[in-house]
Design a protein. Structure first.
Length: 209
């Protein structure tokens, strides 16, 4: 999946986040959905960035334009979507909304320090609702925003001049990560809360008498 990934590209489409913490996985689920729907043109790469942090540096340095899906504190109702550009992206990348989130500000700043040519950068971000459900799926407030976020991304990237061909019905998209992390499989095999407490071992969180 990563063969020739450091070859210079025009656009990198990335989903960032941690699927183990409910709505933090929004960016990853969006980039999966985008990949399911569209073929990327030549010199455009699509990637599940997960929580790779500094390991993303070489990928970011190898592209001109950058586009991210992620969650952010927008000061809005859960499930609200917003397109962030320019200075808004700087604020988004420098803010961590939970202890588990890997910020991208250090990566972007280091890439610039090392001479990365400036290009366009944008984020489609969602206001999360739940960030403390370990092993959890997207919340009911955020789940419906995935398809809308993908549509917003397609519109924005089309305005940048990129063209995406829709996949034929039944066409299988190349995997961005391990099949066990695919949303359908991940959620269908998720243990119940009784079998797998979402905030940790209940023996270490005794209820008050």
């Amino acid at each position: 999946m990563l063969d020739n990934f450091f070859e210079k590209t025009d656009l990198l489409i990335m989903g960032a986040g941690n699927i183990l913490w409910a709505d933090e996985g929004f960016g990853v689920r969006c980039v999966e959905r985008f990949n399911e729907l569209y073929r990327t043109p030549q010199k455009v790469k699509i990637m599940d960035g997960g929580t790779l942090g500094m390991y993303l540096l070489e990928y970011i340095e190898a592209t001109k334009d950058l586009f991210f899906f992620d969650c952010a504190d927008l000061g809005a109702e859960p499930g609200t979507l917003r397109v962030l550009t320019d200075d808004e992206v700087v604020r988004w990348s420098s803010t961590k909304i939970s202890p588990h989130q890997t910020g991208l500000n250090e990566v972007l700043a280091l890439a610039e320090m090392q001479g990365k040519e400036s290009g366009r950068i944008a984020v489609v971000a969602v206001q999360p609702k739940e960030l403390e459900d370990y092993g959890g799926s997207l919340s009911e407030a955020v789940r419906p925003a995935v398809d809308e976020a993908v549509k917003m991304a397609w519109e924005l990237l089309s305005s940048w001049g990129y063209e995406f061909e829709k996949r034929a019905q039944g066409e299988k998209a190349p995997a961005l990560s391990y099949s066990s992390l695919n949303q359908d499989y991940y959620e269908s095999t998720r243990p119940s809360e009784k079998d797998a407490p979402r905030v940790g071992d209940v023996r270490f969180f005794p209820h008050e008498s």
